[in-house]
Design a protein around this ligand. Structure first.
Ligand code: AKB
Length: 314
């Protein structure tokens, strides 16, 4: 019987992934943790307060709930990390090493940890970025994710820890708001479209970035975690991709449903971060090794989000 612990369960990805895991493994077999109490649907099931840096409590909770798998999602993202780089490094790295040690010492079946397109940098090829290529990240978030990938592969090779990981592009969903990312404009834009009919974007109109609708991200994560061990050939982190678009293109997609919508541009410090990331990603390893495929294109995503968000804002 699998018993799952989710760390950072109230974040943008965690709040949707935790519900999907409860559907699959049963409500009582998914213990969600975060630094505050859950509310709404997430409150319906076991939960604990956990600061991801608290190693002792992590080990205690793993024993208490007889945990066999951990999804460690807590992190400080790219834009926010720049305001306190040392803290971002400490949180992102210490918490991962605690989880890897837990898996090693308690012989856990499997762990999941997300990486990001932020591992790439200005010298990386920008179009169809390969799985293995030049990586020179220049945000502390990207540096911590690249170091984290190396730790994951090291624990797999040296101690046999079954750790699996995806390099997420910008994740877009409307059920929980992201915090502190560079790709977050593609979430904010839908809220502002419905609330104010206009949006001032912090990236310039032709900034292409790899993106993914949340349902696809949840599916990718679960597909990877349920793949046969022998099919998981990349133990640092898999490139994964769905759609790539610019602020101008997402605005055009919104205009198809809301012709009165207006966008303006006022690039800030996040432009430099976005400019150092790829335009699009080659995810053929994920597609070949464990059968990844995405389902949402830009217009399908826009229509789902506007329909889902409208009743929440009224
Ligand atoms: C961010 O913008 O920092 C994140 C990411 C791409 O990992 N959404």
């Amino acid at each position: 019987m699998d018993k799952i612990l989710v760390i950072g369960a109230l974040g943008q990805l965690g709040s949707e992934l935790s519900l999907a895991l409860r559907d699959i493994y049963g409500r009582d077999n998914v213990v969600i943790t975060d630094i505050k109490e859950p509310s709404g649907k997430l409150a319906d099931g076991p939960s604990e307060i956990l600061n991801a840096m608290d190693r002792e409590k992590l080990f205690e909770l793993a024993d208490k709930h007889q945990i066999t798998q951990v999804y460690h999602l807590a992190a400080i993202l790219s834009a926010k990390g720049e305001s306190d780089p040392k803290f971002a490094w400490q949180l992102n790295m210490d918490s991962l090493i605690h989880v890897l040690d837990l898996a090693k010492e308690k012989n856990l079946k499997r762990i999941y940890w997300p990486s990001s397109i932020a591992v790439f940098g200005p010298s990386t090829p920008v179009d169809n970025t390969p799985q293995n290529t030049i990586m020179d990240p220049n945000t502390i978030y990207g540096i911590s994710k690249l170091a984290g990938e190396r730790w994951c592969e090291y624990y797999h090779n040296k101690y046999g820890v079954d750790v699996r990981s995806l390099r997420y592009p910008g994740l877009i969903g409307h059920k929980a708001k992201p915090g502190g990312g560079t790709t977050d404009y593609a979430v904010d834009i839908y809220y502002k479209a419905l609330e104010e009919g206009k949006y001032e974007c912090f990236l310039s109109e032709n900034t292409y970035l790899p993106m993914m609708y949340m349902d696809d991200a949840v599916k990718a994560t679960i597909d990877l975690m349920q793949a046969e061990e022998s099919d998981v050939k990349v133990r640092s982190s898999y490139n994964i991709s769905a759609i790539s678009f610019s602020p101008k293109e997402i605005a055009e997609s919104i205009k198809k449903e809301m012709p009165e919508f207006e966008i303006s541009y006022s690039p800030d410090f996040r432009q430099k971060i976005a400019d150092s990331w790829p335009n699009s990603i080659d995810d053929s390893s994920a597609r070949n090794d464990w059968g990844w495929s995405h389902q949402f294109d830009l217009d399908k995503m826009t229509s789902e989000i506007l329909t889902g968000l409208k009743p929440l804002l009224n």
